[in-house]
Write a protein that binds this ligand. Structure first.
Ligand SMILES: N[C@@H](CCC(=O)N[C@@H](CS)C(=O)NCC(=O)O)C(=O)O
Length: 213
């Protein structure tokens, strides 16, 4: 059985969500963040990259959620939430599977600059590039959701599971709020948040959930 090593308030909640969508059994092992808000040592000892999520499946120890999501969907979910190569929506699926890391990298650069004292919008080529990339990503998101019900195509897929954390939980890192300025994205977040498997997963492991007794 797959064990999800879940770090509290983290994007490992998407693996719980995936398992609930696919109705697969799993064990959840909970790790609380330290006072520095980072993963504790026992979590980091699981895998050299030390970031959440991490899963174990027999002898396999796997990190990086894009890889984990695709692995579980294909190996245990008969590819139900993935796209096949000959699917006309496959290129969209691939693109939106990467949105998570693209957006998070620009947010991390912004946070790093701001914690070094740079003002938002500072006249600095790296900041300007970062802002341009961030704006482009939100523009792509809004345009995509104006034409398609879900990111990877007309059906809900792993691309949605990969992207929701960025839209619901990253304001703490300075991510753009999903408000009336992004109407298609806002409607999408409401639609996806209503899924029973999403609600159940957030109750178990979402940002407001706490370690079970
Ligand atoms: N690209 C990675 C990012 C993982 C990541 O940054 N995880 C954060 C939690 S949201 C983390 O582990 N933070 C704690 C730490 O770095 O100590 C993935 O999708 O798995």
């Amino acid at each position: 059985m797959i064990t999800i090593h879940h770090l509290g308030v983290s994007q490992s909640d998407r693996i719980v969500w995936l398992m609930e969508e696919l109705d697969l059994p799993y064990e959840l092992r909970w790790y609380d963040r330290g006072a520095d808000f980072l993963a504790p040592e026992e979590f980091r000892a699981l895998h050299p990259v030390g970031t959440a999520p991490i899963i174990t499946d027999g002898d396999l120890v796997m990190a990086e959620s894009t890889a984990i999501v695709e692995y579980i969907s294909r190996r245990y979910g008969q590819g139900r939430l993935s796209a096949e190569v000959d699917d006309p929506h496959y290129p969209h699926y691939l693109f939106w599977m990467q949105f998570n890391n693209s957006l998070q990298s620009v947010l991390f650069i912004k946070v790093a600059f701001q914690s070094a004292g740079a003002e938002p919008g500072a006249d600095n080529p790296m900041m300007a590039t970062t802002q341009r990339r961030e704006d482009g990503l939100y523009r792509a998101l809004e345009e995509r959701l104006a034409e398609s019900e879900y990111l990877g195509g007309p059906e809900f897929s792993c691309a949605d599971i990969m992207s929701m954390f960025n839209l619901t939980s990253l304001e703490m890192l300075g991510a753009r709020p999903i408000d009336d300025s992004l109407p298609h994205t806002r409607a999408y977040v409401e639609r996806v948040s209503a899924r029973p498997a999403y609600r159940k997963a957030m109750d178990i492991a979402g940002p407001a959930a706490r370690r079970p007794d």
